[in-house]
Design a protein around this ligand. Structure first.
Ligand SMILES: C[S@@+](CC[C@H](N)C(=O)[O-])C[C@H]1O[C@@H](n2cnc3c(N)ncnc32)[C@H](O)[C@@H]1O
Length: 390
């Protein structure tokens, strides 16, 4: 699991260490399009630079980064309030935490949970964070938020397994399962069925066969996980882990991952907490957070400048970004500027690295494999070029 920065659309979290390894050492690491802070965070851990400069245009993003670094999201003191759909729409344009942590895909526009499961999620949240009871679920003795969460998840999984063994038909199992995991709101079955069909349709599209699924899971659930009509089912997390071992299962859309692994959503809060480790650097004045445009940056001797702008030809960011103006800015610098992108239309730059990667920008419905590239405005030294060959 990516561990750098906070969850953010277009985050470099999963390749941050690799990119940081390629960039030259220097006095200060400059992250001009900082976003969720993955590159600044990874740069801090690498110790390649004495100080760090995080810049970002979006004030809500800078605000969230600043609050995370200042320790506001430390589990010991932070008891996150459940943000309802109503709260989300009331505060998303003024509070970066609400906007990015409580939105679907961290895109900041749609609320994290579907209407049908919001009440269930709220109860789970109150149970884990505040120790409140849920009807039909035993109280948990643990104080720790993570332990309570595990207890609740395991309880649901265990109950489900028991039901599987005790009821005659899958339809009955499925109905009871919905009641157990969702005691309060009685998940709308039609919606649940649509979600299951979304999963089964995707699984069929991977080319995996029913027999392969049965062999991997050691069960006869393959026909349900791949059903296109009757009794479709989403695998429980342990079954899902087994199915993922198939080489045919790759490029898993985020939406599918979340259907099989609802617990993943809570990891976004843990990621916020990790940023607190940068607090000491900030106190030592070795980390500066700035809100502004890349064009306002003033170069200092020893700066290594990295840019991760909205990519040319992608429309995921609400504000339009002028890629050509950015290329002209890069080309007119008298110091090297490193920047990430896919293929670009401007031929003035030198590609120094590439890697196939599944983008999460468009992951809500379709995750696409793209070739992620790193460019530099100046030619690289021979040794770097040779390094790239191997
Ligand atoms: C691809 S995201 C950066 C993601 C980041 N590297 C991470 O790992 O989370 C691009 C960012 O550029 C920001 N941005 C757009 N225009 C900008 C500008 N003129 N100056 C600085 N940042 C800008 C967007 O708000 C967005 O957060």
């Amino acid at each position: 699991m990516a561990k750098y920065g906070f969850p953010y659309m277009g985050s470099k979290a999963d390749i941050a260490e690799e990119l940081i390894g390629i960039l030259p050492a220097g006095k200060r690491f400059v992250d001009l399009f900082g976003g969720g802070g993955a590159m600044t965070h990874a740069a801090a851990f690498s110790r390649k630079w004495k100080s760090l400069y995080y810049n970002e245009f979006n004030p809500l993003c800078v605000d969230l980064m600043r609050r995370a670094v200042n320790g506001e999201f430390n589990y010991k003191t932070f008891k996150p309030e459940f943000i309802s759909r109503e709260d989300f729409f009331a505060h998303k344009d003024s509070d970066g935490y609400v906007k990015y942590i409580w939105s679907f895909g961290n895109k900041g526009d749609c609320y994290l949970f579907g209407k049908n499961i919001e009440e269930f999620k709220r109860q789970g949240h109150q149970y884990c964070v505040y120790g409140e009871s849920i009807e039909g679920v035993p109280d948990c003795a643990y104080d720790d938020l993570k332990a309570r969460r595990m207890f609740l998840m395991n309880y649901c999984a265990k109950e489900f397994k028991q039901i599987i063994n005790s009821t005659p038909t899958m339809a009955e199992n499925y109905r009871k399962y919905q009641e157990i995991i969702n005691p309060a709101s009685k998940l709308n079955r039609e919606v649940a069925r649509k979600q299951a069909l979304k999963f089964t349709q995707w699984l069929r599209s991977t080319g995996i066969t029913c027999k392969e699924v049965d062999d991997l899971t050691g069960s006869q659930m393959g026909s349900h996980y791949m059903s296109n009509g009757s009794q479709p089912a989403i695998p429980m997390p342990d079954m899902w882990q087994k199915i993922k071992q198939s080489p045919k299962i790759k490029d898993i859309p985020q939406e599918i991952e979340l259907l099989c692994n609802p617990d993943l959503r809570l990891q976004r809060l843990q990621r916020l907490q990790r940023l607190q480790r940068l607090q000491q650097l900030q106190r030592l004045q070795r980390l500066e957070l700035n809100c502004g445009s890349y064009t306002e940056y003033e170069h200092q001797d020893g700066d290594v400048v990295y840019c991760d702008p909205p990519y040319e030809g992608t429309a995921e960011y609400s504000d339009s970004f002028d890629s050509q103006a950015f290329y002209d800015w890069v080309a007119s610098r008298d110091y090297p500027v490193y920047f990430s992108s896919y293929e670009i239309s401007d031929t003035r730059f030198h590609q120094i690295w590439e890697r196939r990667r599944c983008t999460k920008l468009a992951a809500i419905s379709n995750q696409i494999e793209r070739i992620e590239k790193l460019y530099c405005s100046k030619p690289q030294k021979q040794e770097n070029e040779q390094l790239n060959l191997f």
